[in-house]
Design a protein around this ligand. Sequence first.
Ligand code: HAM
Length: 419
Amino acid sequence: MIQKVRGTRDILPPESRLWLEVEAIAQRVLGGFGYEEIRLPLLEPTELFVRSVGEATDIVGKEMYTFSDRKGRSLTLRPEGTASVARAFIENGLAQRPSPLRVSYLGPMFRYEKMQRGRYRQFAQIGIELLGAATPQADAEVVLALHTFLAELGFDDLVIVLNNLGDPEDRPRFIELLLRELAGHRDELCADCRRRWETNPLRILDCKVPRCRELVSATTPVAEVVSEEAQRHVDAVEAMLRGLGVEVRRAPRLVRGLDYYLRTVFEVVSPELGEDTVICGGGRYDRLIADLGGPQVPGVGFAIGEDRLIEVLPAAFRERVLGRRPVAVLPVGEAAAGRALELVRALAVRGLSAQAEVSGRSLKAGLKWAGKLDARTVVIVGGDELTAGAVVVRDLDRGEQQEVPIAELGDFIARTGEA
Ligand code: HAM
């Protein structure tokens, strides 16, 4: 038997309803903040991610699905969305549009990662990017949109953590200090961190190995080393969010796994999944578009890991969406088969949903089928009622039934049915 590729998933009904509902709410809430969808290719030139996410990051170094196409060009299945948004911004001359530009995206990303709970090789992100505004207010808006979306899903226990990475000019100073503070313990760091020491020392702060964490916790936080201007910026973001009732917590060692960030970075963690399983990551990236050969346009945004978000959805949300029960339409007798389809069509066109019995079951077998589907309402089509222009609607939970004229069936189902 052919099996799915490791790290990919089949999302089956009814679980897929959760995805649709989450995406509908994302579109409503993020759309409400002015973010319109941008649809971008899953395939990009490999160089795009090397130059944006960064050559020394885990993503580019060991996690990309990269291959040569038939003409020998190096292509990569996108591991994230921000780089593609930046490329599209430059390529389509979006700097000509009213500034700032607000876009959202939703779709699969690919990273060759070690498998564990909440970590897949194909996963989906829901993200937004705000391009063209460098103010603290822009950062606050992006975090507010995130917070509003999570609140609309019914979350009340997620924590937004935030840090200040300063500007790229601050970085050499910080890295020098970090390495000086860790110098006496270099041999105690894990093998990865000893490699990071040479290639990308900032990543040492991100290491999950307990001893590395312990050593890092004694070093000076990056936010204390950054310029006054960067400090003022992130302090203002934090103050504005507090004023808006959005609780954020400082995470002095938060660095994020992508190289393009500066100043504000943030993540959302779930107490349920633990601190290592991040639901959402984001931050400011004012040099990215220029570094890719475009104009000097600042940016800020976030991406939510949809798979992880769905794993921790509040119980009430899950119950509301998964608890919806189907309406079954049972034709009795051959003459009723087409009429059953006609009724389903009439309901579907009204935005209701029902499923017809199409396997030729008897009434008894049909009711059993409806029970297995967990239908609450069964519409029985046939016999004298049909001749009289009516159907029998049975409530399986109550064991009651009544005759309903076909012309009123839609209103009746809308009032009493579930699907
Ligand atoms: P990221 O932190 O690499 O940031 O990914 C964002 C989110 O995607 C993570 O917080 C996580 O929930 C989810 N995610 C990442 N890898 C996996 C995986 N292997 N399996 C399941 N979920 C995963 C970015 O991608 C940036 N582009 C975010 C951003 C947008 N920054 C500014 N704008």
